[in-house]
Design a protein around this ligand. Sequence first.
Ligand code: GDP
Length: 424
Amino acid sequence: MIKAVVGANWGDEGKGKITDMLAKEADIIVRYQGGANAGHTIVNDYGKFALHTMPSGVFYDHTTSIIGNGVALSIPTLIEEMNSIVSKGVPKPKLLVSDRAQMVMSYHILFDQYEEERLGKKSFGSTKSGIAPFYSDKFAKIGFQVSELFHEDTLMDKIERVCATKNVLLEHLYHKPLLVPQDIYRELMGYKEMIAPYVADVSLYLWNALKDGKNILLEGQLGALKDPDHGIYPMVTSSSTLAGYGAIGAGVPPYAIEKVVTVCKAYSSAVGAGAFVSEIFGEEADELRRRGGDGGEFGATTGRPRRMGWFDVVASKYGCRLQGTTDVAFTVLDVLGYLDEIPVCVAYEIDGEITTEFPTTGMLEKAKPVIEKLPGWKCDIRGIRKYEELPEACRNYIEFIEERIGFPITMISNGPGRDDIIMR
Ligand code: GDP
C-alpha cells in the first residue's frame, strides 16, 4: 500500500515531521520530485536535522530510503547529507537511487545564479540550487541520467553537444566563463564513484515491494500552490508537487496510492515571490514569524525569513482538492495559542465579487482577503494527546476549518516532536 505525504499550501507545512512520524509504520520512503532547494526540519531522538535531499525516513533503521527518478539529484549534496547524519550517530541509512534519476550539474547551479542576477528585481526568488535549469534540460532532453554514467563511450559526445548550446548562452547572454567538456566529464566521473553503490532499478524494486505487501511512503516537497500546472504560475517550482505525480516520479501504479495525507498549516507562510492573499506585515507578521514553526519561520535551506499570513481557506481547500486528499494533517496549531482572536481568510474578493474558488494568477493578483475572526484559546496546547482535551475554542477552530475546506482533519500536530500529534 502506498501513502503519499504532500503539502496543501506553499511548502513548509511540516511534511518532514509527519513523514518522520508515519515512517515508523513504513518499510520504504521515497522522494519523488524536487531537489535540494527546499528542506524539511525534523526533530527526533538524535537531534534536530535539516534534510534537503534524503527522505525523512532516514532516521529509522527498519526503512529503506529511496531517491526516485523524478528527483533533481544533487549527488554531492546527497552524500554530504548522509555523512553528516551518520556523524551525528544515526545508523547508516539503506539508500537506493533510481538509475533513471537525472543529476543536477554544477552548471545548473551557475545558470540559476546567472539568471537571477540578470532578472534583478524581477527575479523569481530562486534558491539558486539549479532546479529550474535542471528540469529545463531534462525536458529539452539534454540532461544526464544516472544510468548514463555507466556508458562512458557515448558520454563525451553528449557532453560536447550540451556544452555547445550552453556556451552560446554563457557567452552572449550572461557574459560568463564557458564550459569545458573535459571538466564536465570529470565532474560526472566523480559522481559515478560517489553514487555507484546505491544505484538501482527503483520502479522494479517498488513493484516487487508492493507485491510483498510492503508499506511505502511517498514524500512530497513544497506544496500544491507551487505546482507548475495548478499553482501560482510562474512563481512555482519546476516539478509537480502533487501526490498524483508520485506515480511518475517513483514509477509506481497510480491506483496503488491509496492514501493521500495532505499537510496543512494552521496559519500561512510562503517563501519567494508571488501573490499571497492572506499575507500580513509589520509587527503582526514579525510576532507570528518569531513564534512559528520550531524556533521561528525561517527557510530550512536558505535561512530567509518566510512571508507570513493567516490561514487561507480558499487556497487550502484548493490545495487539498488538487492533492486528492484522503486525510488532512493540520500542523503547528500550538503556535496560535498567543492570540486573543484568530483571523482566517475565508474568501477572496476579486473585482467586487466574493469567491471561495482559487483563481488563476492574474485574478489572484487582484484578490483581497475576506477575514473572519475566531476566538483564540490563549493557552499552550503542547503535550495534549487527546482531541477532547483540547480547549473548546481550539476544537472550534479546527472544526471551522475542516468544514470550510471540506476534507477530514484526522491528525493534529501540536508541537515539532514525533509524539506531538493528536489522532482523531
Ligand atoms: P516541511 O518542508 O513541510 O517539512 O516543513 P519545514 O520543515 O520547513 O517546517 C516545519 C517546521 O515546523 C519545522 O521547524 C518543524 O520542526 C516545525 N513543526 C512541524 N510541526 C510542528 C507543530 O505542530 N508545531 C510546531 N510548533 N512546530 C512544528
